[in-house]
Design a protein around this ligand. Structure first.
Ligand SMILES: Nc1ncnc2c1ncn2[C@@H]1O[C@H](COP(=O)(O)OP(=O)(O)O)[C@@H](O)[C@H]1O
Ligand SMILES: [Mg+2]
Length: 343
């Protein structure tokens, strides 16, 4: 494995969170050089790279309205296009669609078809594009078979605002939502979230706290506004995560079903580094998918460094045995305009 260079292109926050320095040291011991890419400097001079691992979520979201970010993204994309033998983890179009809940919920809603044998589903939802739709939302809620309470999430799935959510308990409170957003049926799941972390062909499940159960059906309770970080971080604990009633423990998700879900999403997304949030419906025990995350934190996965390095080694091995023309996903990078259209 000597002479292999892996470029990392991450925000400062992500670099610190994943402890890139420690990962670089770990890789060095295995003959893989880790290089931090500075997006504001010409990339050509920083290369060559055998693999680039990136999380450009900030840049992609900002490129919607900020010309500097558009330029950074364009530079990155032109480097990737000009170096088709550099393997990109993961492809930009796949990542870009996960930054948009309208797109990611469409993917999740298809899962019950492709995974019919496993009783895997995602809750019904409704896209609200703009405030002009507000007068007809109640009709949409009924037409899509949504049931109260509803959880309302912003359309953009990245950045601090994207974690500001609300629980809506009646048709009268639908006036509280701020489009563009999605409304989704709230599914009682005993306040346990299962985070599935994927690294190439390995995955790991970690339990986290989650929202408590609420009585089904509409009621005259006021809208609850909350930040999802109060709810599903490892250390989260609040009134919203403490069950009001005693409840028998739910069975954990079947490992075969989780493996089938991961296989299906890997194939559909063409991604190697992502997370899936799964809950178990307390009434039907159905495995219910509520979120797909790009290059998540892998907190609680002590094997993360070794799994990531083995994934890097495996893509490099496949690449070199397939010959230099069989590039990874590099050539599938979209133009900046296409990338932002996906949002
Ligand atoms: N449909 C749902 N039913 C029940 N709880 C939900 C549902 N959707 C989200 N949640 C809860 O809200 C939290 C945040 O939602 P999620 O879609 O994962 O957003 P994000 O992680 O991007 O903030 C989840 O971890 C879970 O506790
Ligand atoms: Mg989540």
């Amino acid at each position: 494995m000597s002479g292999r260079r892996v470029g990392f292109c991450l925000s400062d926050k992500k670099r610190r969170r994943m402890n890139l320095d420690a990962f670089a040291e770990f890789c060095e011991g295995h003959g893989v050089e880790v290089v931090e890419i500075d997006l504001s400097q010409p990339l050509g001079a920083q290369g060559p790279f055998d693999v680039i691992i990136h999380k450009l979520s900030d840049v992609i979201v900002e490129a919607e309205h900020n010309s500097q970010s558009q330029q950074l993204l364009a530079n990155f994309q032109s480097y990737v296009s000009a170096h088709p033998s550099t393997i990109l983890l993961d492809p930009l179009p796949a990542m870009t669609q996960l930054l948009d809940r309208f797109a990611s919920y469409r993917i999740m809603s298809e899962l019950h078809n492709s995974l019919r044998d496993w009783r895997i589903c995602s809750p019904p939802y409704l896209e609200i594009h703009s405030a002009t739709e507000l007068p007809s939302i109640q009709q949409g809620v009924t037409a899509q078979n949504l049931s109260f309470p509803l959880i309302c999430k912003t359309r953009v799935a990245h950045g601090s605002l994207s974690h500001e959510m609300s629980l809506i308990f009646s048709a009268d409170s639908l006036a509280d939502i701020r489009p563009p957003c999605v409304l989704q049926s709230f599914v009682n799941h005993g306040a346990v979230l299962h985070k599935v972390f994927v690294v190439g062909d390995r995955h790991y499940c970690v339990e986290r706290p989650s929202l408590k159960n609420f009585p089904s059906g509409p009621c005259d309770r006021k809208t609850i506004f909350f930040n999802s970080h109060q709810v599903s971080k490892p250390e989260s604990s609040s009134d919203l995560t403490a069950l009001d009633e005693e409840m028998p423990c739910l069975p954990p998700p079947s490992s075969e079903a989780v493996a089938a879900l991961v296989r299906e999403l890997r194939a559909q997304l063409g991604m190697a580094l992502f997370g899936v949030d799964v809950i178990i419906n307390i009434h039907t025990h159905t495995l219910t998918v509520i979120d797909i995350n790009i290059f998540p934190g892998y907190e609680g996965v002590p094997q993360f460094f070794s799994s990531l390095l083995s994934h890097i080694e495996s893509v490099l091995d496949k690449h070199s045995s397939a010959g230099p023309q069989a590039a990874g996903s590099a050539s599938s990078a979209p133009s900046p305009a296409a990338a932002s259209r996906l949002l």
